[in-house]
Design a protein around this ligand. Structure first.
Ligand code: NI
Length: 378
C-alpha cells in the first residue's frame, strides 16, 4: 500500500511542481485538485472560493468536525533546481513546498476515504489559496466553512531536517509579521535656510537610529525580535529641503504579545522624534499577521500520534517567516507541524528541492491525525 501510494503521490507531485501558480491565481491547481478528489468520490463543499477549495469526508458515525489544512500557491521565483520536473511556468516556482503540502493532503484524502468506517465524525480538508501574500486564510474563514471545526492541523516542509522527520513544538513557532510605513511631514524650503524649514530628512535619520534601540534596549534578550528599515525616500536634489520623508520596514517577533510591545515602542519613538524635530509623522501598518502559536494539548497529542506510527519526532525549528495558519489559530485550537524534506537550499531559494520520499509519510500522518483527533478525549 505504502509503495503504491508513494508512486501515485510522486506522479501528482511532479504534475503540480511543473505548474506553479501565483497567490490568488491558482486556477489550474484548483481544477486539478477538484478533479482528483471527485474521481475518488470525495465531496467538495460549495464555498464560493475562486481558487482553493474545502472538501469533506463524513465518517460512519456522527461526531465532531476537525480540519486539515494545506496551501497551494507558488512564488514569483525563476526555478534553478536542476530537477527533471522543474517549473514550466517561467518566473514562477513551487519554492516553498506547497506542492508537497497539497499532494500529501490528496494522499490523506485517499486514505481517509478508504478508512471512512474508522472516522467518527467529519474531516474537512482545506486546500488554501494565497498563503504567500497572506490573503488566503482570511478568505477561507470568511466563507464560514470552518465554523463547526473543533481543531485544525496544518503542515509545512522543513528544508533543514532529514526527509520524513516530523517537527512539533507547543507555543510560537513562526513569527508575527508586520510591515510599517512612516510618512514624516516637515516643511520644505531652500537648503541654505534650514531654520525656516522643518527638515524631514534629519528627522528620518534620528528615527532610523532610534528604532534600532528597540531591539537592543527595549526588548527582553530572550525574545526573538527583528526590526528592519528597508525603504527610505526623501527629496530629489541637492539644494532643496523636501517636504516629506518616507520610511518603510518590517517588524517580526516570535509571539504576538512581543509584536504589540515593539509596535507600540516604535510609535513612541515616532512621536518623540516629532517632538524634537517639529515634524508630524503618520505611522501605520501596511500588512501584518499574528504568530503561529501551537496549542500545547494538540502538540502533545500530535507528537504521540507520530511516534506511534514509528516516525522520528523533533522539536520545531522556529522561523521568523510569517504563515497565515496563525489566523485559523486565532479562532480554532490548532497545530502546525513540519515534515523534513532535506533540501540543499532553504525555502524561497531558486535551488530549493523537496525530497518527495516522505510524501506518503506526511499523508499517513495527516490521515491518522484526522481519525484520532475525532476520538481524542477533550
Ligand atoms: Ni510556505
Amino acid at each position: 500500500m505504502a509503495e503504491n501510494l508513494q508512486e501515485q503521490l510522486f506522479e501528482w507531485f511532479q504534475w503540480f511542481h511543473r505548474r506553479p501558480e501565483p497567490s490568488g491565481a491558482e486556477h489550474g491547481t484548483t481544477a486539478r485538485i477538484k478533479e482528483l478528489l471527485r474521481e475518488t468520490g470525495i465531496r467538495v463543499i460549495d464555498t464560493g472560493l475562486e481558487t482553493g477549495l474545502v472538501a469533506r469526508i463524513d465518517g460512519s458515525a456522527e461526531g465532531p468536525v476537525v480540519a486539515l489544512r494545506c496551501d497551494i500557491d507558488a512564488l514569483p521565483i525563476q526555478e534553478d533546481s536542476g530537477l527533471p520536473y522543474a517549473s514550466e511556468n517561467a518566473g514562477y516556482m513551487h519554492a516553498c513546498g506547497h506542492d508537497f503540502h497539497l499532494t500529501a493532503m490528496l494522499g490523506a484524502a485517499l486514505l481517509l476515504n478508504k478508512r471512512r468506517g474508522e472516522i467518527k465524525g467529519t474531516v474537512k480538508l482545506v486546500f488554501q489559496c494565497a498563503e504567500e501574500n497572506g490573503g488566503g486564510a482570511k478568505q477561507v474563514l470568511e466563507t464560514g466553512v470552518l465554523e463547526d471545526v473543533r481543531e485544525i492541523y496544518g503542515l509545512h516542509v522543513e528544508s533543514s531536517r532529514a526527509p520524513g522527520v516530523i517537527s512539533i513544538s507547543a507555543g510560537p513557532v513562526n513569527a508575527a509579521v508586520g510591515g510599517f510605513r512612516a510618512l514624516i511631514k516637515g516643511k520644505g524650503g531652500h537648503a541654505s535656510a534650514p531654520h525656516e524649514c522643518i527638515d524631514p530628512v534629519s528627522a528620518a535619520g534620528q528615527l532610523i537610529v532610534a528604532a534600532q534601540t528597540i531591539v537592543s534596549r527595549s526588548t527582553d534578550p530572550f525574545d526573538k525580535v527583528v526590526l528592519s528599515i528597508t525603504h527610505v525616500e526623501a527629496g530629489n536634489t541637492w539644494n532643496v529641503i523636501p517636504q516629506e520623508a518616507l520610511l518603510e520596514g518590517t517588524i517580526r517577533t516570535l509571539g504576538t504579545e512581543q509584536f504589540k510591545t515593539v509596535a507600540e515602542q516604535l510609535g513612541r519613538i515616532c512621536r518623540g522624534v516629532d517632538e524634537i524635530a517639529g515634524t508630524v509623522t503618520e505611522y501605520n501598518w501596511l500588512c501584518g499577521g499574528p504568530s503561529v502559536d501551537n496549542n500545547a494539548v494538540l502538540a502533545d497529542f500530535a507528537a504521540k500520534t507520530a511516534e506511534s506510527l514509528g516516525l522520528t519526532v523533533m522539536p520545531a525549528v522556529p522561523g521568523m517567516g510569517g504563515e497565515d495558519f496563525a489566523l485559523y489559530q486565532e479562532r480554532i485550537p490548532g497545530l502546525f507541524f513540519t515534515v523534513g524534506v532535506g533540501s540543499p537550499q532553504a525555502v524561497h531559494h531558486p535551488g530549493f528541492r523537496a525530497d518527495p520520499a516522505p510524501l506518503h509519510t506526511a499523508a499517513e500522518f495527516l490521515a491518522e491525525l484526522g481519525i484520532r483527533s475525532l476520538v481524542r478525549p477533550v
